[in-house]
Write a protein that binds this ligand. Structure first.
Ligand SMILES: C[C@@]1(CC(=O)O)C2=NC(=C\c3[nH]c(c(CCC(=O)O)c3CC(=O)O)Cc3[nH]c(c(CC(=O)O)c3CCC(=O)O)/C=C3\N/C(=C\2)[C@@H](CCC(=O)O)[C@]3(C)CC(=O)O)/[C@H]1CCC(=O)O
Ligand SMILES: NC(=O)c1ccc[n+]([C@@H]2O[C@H](COP(=O)([O-])OP(=O)(O)OC[C@H]3O[C@@H](n4cnc5c(N)ncnc54)[C@H](O)[C@@H]3O)[C@@H](O)[C@H]2O)c1
Length: 212
């Protein structure tokens, strides 16, 4: 059984071995999430060659153990099971975490399918049992948790911060936060506008008092 974690890939050095379809998918995900990527493969797909991104380095060579120097994570994405197994073994001896795209059981981590709505992340995985089931569930969830959830999450973040900055007790805040999480985007916008205008009123009152 795998453990779901949210991992900060900013500035991590990731070696992707292989330059085919699966490598391309992994590299797009890695770049989107801030990683530095080195891709090593004798053949590199046109899709990959067309990516214009300073954080991606393409090396037209066969895999070699020396390429693991200064690498944080490795994706073994070649079409050879024997080579992917060798890469995993090399990583293990250097304590580098490795994803084998052909064998979840022999991987230190695997890639779920992800839906992003601003700061809301939904992640689905069957640990290799059925990637097609994953796709179906993701399509269902994407329809239910639509783009409006990005604003909903952003509004909740601001309201939460404002509540914590206020003088209410911890218990009161917990109750309010629970209720807010069930509000629609329209209700949340309204609540934020109310809080902001009352803050402005308070500030105006303080200004008045200071003047007198
Ligand atoms: C979620 C997604 C993310 C992504 O890849 O970006 C993903 N696979 C996707 C699609 C997909 N993959 C495959 C098919 C063909 C149908 C089929 O074979 O069933 C399709 C469908 C398609 O392509 O449409 C084949 C396949 N996949 C794996 C193996 C090896 C094995 O199981 O041993 C084989 C057999 C290879 C062979 O035949 O040799 C293994 C893995 N695939 C994973 C992730 C990890 C577990 C995720 C999970 O189980 O939920 C894991 C364990 C490892 C990893 O992390 O790499 C992405 C959904 C894309 C989306 O959402 O659009
Ligand atoms: N995880 C998944 O979602 C998923 C999906 C489909 C397939 N797969 C598995 O992933 C493997 C790769 O799939 P693909 O569609 O990307 O295959 P592909 O044939 O498109 O790409 C394989 C790549 O490996 C490279 N390669 C071969 N020998 C190499 C070496 N010595 N050093 C470096 N690179 C080398 C090739 O040049 C090629 O770029 C498949 O064999 C399959 O087992 C996984």
């Amino acid at each position: 059984m795998m453990t779901p974690l949210l991992f900060n890939l900013n500035n991590k050095m990731v070696l992707v071995v292989g330059g085919g379809q699966v490598a391309h998918r992994r590299i797009r995900t890695l770049l989107k999430n801030g990683a530095q990527v080195v891709c090593v493969s004798p053949a590199i797909s046109e899709n990959l060659c067309n990516i214009k991104e300073a954080r991606l380095t393409l090396i037209h060579e066969n895999y070699g153990k020396e390429q693991l120097t200064n690498i944080d994570l490795v994706i073994a994405a070649t079409n050879s099971r024997a080579l992917n197994r060798q890469i995993k073994t090399d990583c293990q001896s250097q304590k580098i975490w490795c994803n084998r795209v052909d064998d979840p059981d022999d991987s230190d981590f695997i890639f779920p399918s992800v839906i992003r709505r601003g700061d809301l992340t939904l992640s689905v995985c069957t640990e290799g049992a059925s990637p097609f089931l994953t796709k179906k569930i993701v399509a269902d969830l994407a329809a239910e948790y639509d783009e409006s959830y990005a604003e909903r999450t952003a509004l909740l973040r601001v309201l939460r911060k404002k509540l914590f900055a206020g003088t209410a007790s911890k218990e009161e805040n917990t109750e309010k936060l629970k209720a807010l999480s069930l509000c629609s985007v329209t209700e949340l916008r309204k609540k934020l506008a109310e809080i902001e205008s009352s803050v402005t009123d308070d500030e105006a009152t303080i200004d008045e008092l200071e003047k007198n």
